[in-house]
Design a binder for this molecule. Structure first.
Ligand code: ZN
Ligand code: CU
Length: 486
């Protein structure tokens, strides 16, 4: 009788720590990695031949908006197809829970499509995720913007009162107690831009008590980015929380090259407090359509429009020409809508990605009609385009920035490494062929070169399609902290 459930044979292991590739068999029993031994020595009920392939930890997508995609779309093909086995949800200040209002509303509709996914507390929401049996794991941040909507309704163009701050803090405290991993803010967005530094720092106080992280879509990623970085670091210090700056970029042509200012600022600040950031491997960003953002972009593509669905995938300049109006006017006519903005410098993106504080996050938006290709392409693009083809960093380091480093920064105990006793979250890929195939024109195609993906020992993706394994979990911060102590 074979000793193991699955043995991945004859592959080269990139263990996630950055250590040089080594040949080994990797054995899985139940949901764990049970053994790592010399090639050809292990036997299992199910053997996967990984000759010529790399065996890496499953990738951790640290920046997602997949909160309810895990429920509505449990095979999670857009992520499993990239080798992703854990998504960190609730970024940019917007989380699906806790949500106390009876209706979804415009802002929340960005991440919640079905009313039945509304959950008044985090535990209830985590239960819905587990009941959906997603193919991959989710870990969840609580959005400061969502807390604001809960307590302030539509009256968001002002700072919260002391009483409102206390109620938001209470809701965050309860959510962290129930297993959320931290808080995100999105001071760039209208729902939160009237919040002061003090408001966010006061709401965030429970992070220190529970060991939760603070992630920030900063107030400004353009002209005033240095000031926004200082604000973000200050909030982290005041809340006694580790800081993760989201999707670090220098936005707009007039800010091209300014990574030469922001990256040294990160390096300096990282000596004094725990700070890291995530990056996606593209020169275009994507969010809601905002006509005040048009000027800083070289090109704008529409990702969705509720009023005019036919505009999805089109260039706003062409739409404006057809309408015979300015881009700003065309933008107003198709609102509410989402957009892709070409607004970054390739050299800046590469500099950010290769900084010691950088990890990889897609920032993919799962429900967009014509999404940014990062939703399906981020991780294979870093491995194939940036690491293999451009040699920006070695493969082992690329894997580290998607696995062990990410797990450390978000305190995802037992994940992000090929190591005995760790959860069997594994991605087997071909280093010669791995590459993103999703483009701005055709954004929803699975990557090439991803062979087999296991999550908690079950096959989440294999041979270009979902593997039937539905063993993903809602990762619980308290449970992970207990495991870290044990
Ligand atoms: Zn964001
Ligand atoms: Cu985001």
């Amino acid at each position: 009788m074979a000793a193991y459930d699955i043995v991945i044979r004859n592959g080269k292991v990139a263990d996630g720590t950055g250590k040089t590739l080594f040949a080994a068999d990797v054995a899985v029993k139940g949901d764990r990695i049970a053994s790592i031994d010399s090639p050809g020595t292990l036997r299992g009920d199910n053997e996967i031949d990984a000759k010529g392939k790399v065996v890496a930890p499953g990738f951790i997508d640290v920046h997602t908006h997949d909160d309810t995609a895990l429920i509505d779309n449990p095979t999670m093909a857009m992520k499993a197809s990239q080798g992703v086995t854990t998504v960190v949800c609730g970024n940019c200040g917007v989380s699906a829970a806790p949500y106390l209002r009876p209706d979804v509303g415009h802002w929340m509709s960005l991440i919640i499509k079905k009313k039945e996914n509304l959950s008044k507390d985090f535990a209830e929401f985590a239960g819905k995720v587990e009941a959906a049996k997603p193919a991959i794991n989710g870990a969840f941040l609580i959005g400061h913007g969502t807390l604001r909507i809960n307590m302030m309704g539509d009256d968001l163009n002002r700072e919260a009162t002391q009483a409102e701050i206390a109620r938001m803090r209470g809701l965050l405290d309860q959510s962290l107690e129930q297993g959320a991993i931290g808080m995100s803010s999105g001071l760039f967005y209208a729902v939160s831009s009237a919040a002061s530094t003090a408001e966010v720092a006061e709401v965030a106080q429970p992070l220190g008590k529970w060991g939760g992280v603070y992630t920030a879509h900063m107030r400004d990623e353009g002209d005033h980015i240095l000031k926004a970085m200082e604000e973000t670091f200050e909030i982290g210090r005041r809340a006694h929380a580790e800081v993760i700056v989201s999707h670090h970029k220098c936005s707009g042509r007039s800010n091209f090259g300014r990574m030469a200012e922001t990256l040294p600022k990160f390096t300096e600040a990282m000596k004094k407090q725990q700070i890291a950031f995530d990056v996606y491997p593209y020169i275009a960003g994507s969010t809601i359509l905002r006509t005040d953002m048009l000027e800083r972009a070289d090109k704008v593509l529409i990702t969705w429009s509720d009023k005019m669905p036919g505009m999805s995938g089109r260039d706003l300049a062409d739409i404006a020409k057809d309408m015979g109006v300015s881009m700003k006017e065309a933008g107003e006519r198709i609102q509410p809508a989402g957009a892709i903005y070409f607004m970054m410098d390739e050299k800046d993106v590469q500099a950010a990605m290769s900084h010691p504080g950088a990890m990889i996050g897609s920032d993919g938006i799962p429900f967009d009609a014509h999404p940014h290709p990062r939703l399906w392409g981020t991780f294979p693009r870093v491995l194939g385009h940036y690491s293999r083809d451009l040699k920006l960093f070695p493969l082992e380091d690329a894997v580290r920035r998607m696995t062990s480093y990410s797990a450390q920064r978000f305190h995802l105990t037992g994940r992000g490494q090929i190591e005995r006793g760790y959860y069997a979250d594994i991605c087997v890929f071909d280093p010669a062929t791995v590459i993103d195939t999703a483009t701005f024109e055709k954004p929803t195609t699975p990557a090439a070169g991803i062979d087999t993906v296991l999550c908690n020992g079950a096959i989440a993706w294999r041979d270009g399609k979902p593997g039937g394994g539905r063993a993903g979990r809602a990762l619980n911060r308290r449970q992970m902290q207990d495991e870290a102590k044990a």
